[in-house]
Design a protein around this ligand. Structure first.
Ligand code: NAD
Length: 312
């Protein structure tokens, strides 16, 4: 059945790809973004785009009329920045989420899919990470996502709004933002390899992450808006595999054919030592199966993202 959907954060990396997929599947899409980090040119044609802040409730009341499902993605997402400006992360990620939930309550919207993060787990001894573990967030960003999770679930339960929380691990793919300061590791390595720069490895490089390709994340998001019997669920979305930064370097060099080298910054923190998502619940509740290996995902990113195609 076709749905009328609202995506917050529609100009972002995940939001713009989600909008494109929902349109392809015949759904109606309204998108909201304040363009604080999102790019207007990333928004696919065919959606109704509204420029604005998700904390503007009168705007939300107007946009939410007749909406069946809200995909709530808008957030500030830079972990290091959150350490410097925790108040802003609280205001946007927590305050913004509460505004969206309150406006949904006021208008009577049935379901929200909220994008939380694997970052809420923090450093855990046991792997893989499963949803029943006690979270140990270690940055204001992670705290803001966990706090927003609780608001989504609590307000949802009190007011009869169906909620699905996806804890997304390290997503990557074409269109991912590449800020000058602390860029995400995959687009940073691809750009360096293509342009002949060196690949800086933080610490020893044995730390692992669960990298999940964009199309797989989008499939999980779409399903989370469609399936029944998921109310209140928190669900990991990853690849289910862990890859060390050293192995990532190898794969990037293989796929790009670059002859550049890794250099080590032993003094830099490598972050938590291991991250691997247990994706059993996503398989059970969403019928989720990651389709892209790291090699396939890297190859597609290289092929589809114009920033990585030529040596400038
Ligand atoms: P992104 O920065 O590309 O997108 C976020 C969007 O939200 C941007 O377009 C930004 O302009 C918009 N925004 C920020 N504040 C806003 C406000 N007050 N009002 C309206 N719009 C606002 O980030 P992304 O990678 O696409 O992430 C999307 C969501 O997924 C976020 O909630 C993030 O926490 C979550 N997530 C992403 C990853 C990942 O690897 N990309 C991993 C875990 C969780």
């Amino acid at each position: 059945m076709d749905m009328k959907t609202l995506i917050t954060g529609v100009a972002g990396f995940l939001g713009s790809a989600l909008a494109a997929r929902l349109l392809e599947e015949g759904h109606e899409v309204i998108g909201l973004d304040d363009l604080s980090t999102g790019k207007e040119e990333a928004i696919p044609e065919g959606i109704q785009f509204e420029l604005g802040d998700m904390r503007d409730r009168p705007k939300l009341w107007a946009l939410l009329q007749g909406v069946d499902c809200v995909y709530h993605l808008a957030a500030k997402v830079a972990v290091r920045e959150s350490i410097l400006y925790p108040r802003e992360y609280n205001s946007t990620n927590v305050g913004g989420t509460v505004s969206v939930m309150e406006a949904m309550r006021d208008v009577g919207v049935k379901r929200v899919v909220f994008t939380s993060s694997g970052a809420v787990y923090g450093a855990q001894v046991a792997q893989p990470l499963h949803e029943e573990m006690v979270p140990a967030p270690d940055s204001p960003y992670a705290v803001s996502k966990l706090s927003a999770e609780y608001y989504v679930k609590t307000i949802g339960k009190l007011w009869g709004i169906e909620t699905v929380t996806l804890r997304i691990f390290n997503a990557y793919g074409p269109g991912q933002h590449l800020p000058a300061d602390h860029p995400p590791v995959i687009p940073y390595y691809l750009r360096q390899a293509v342009k002949g720069g060196s690949l800086v490895v933080h610490n020893s490089g044995v730390q692992t992450r669960d990298f999940v390709y964009l199309d797989d994340v989008i499939s999980a998001l779409v399903r989370a808006g469609e399936v029944s019997d998921v109310d209140g669920a928190t669900i990991n979305v990853g690849s289910g595999r862990e890859v060390s930064i050293l192995d990532l370097v190898k794969s990037v060099l293989e796929i790009t054919g670059a002859e550049t080298e890794a250099i080590y910054n032993h003094k830099a923190s490598g972050g938590v030592s291991r991250m691997r998502a247990d994706i059993t619940r996503a398989e059970l509740l969403l019928g989720y199966q990651p389709h892209f290996s790291l090699a396939e995902g890297l190859a597609r990113t290289l092929e589809l993202d114009p920033r990585f195609q030529s040596q400038e």
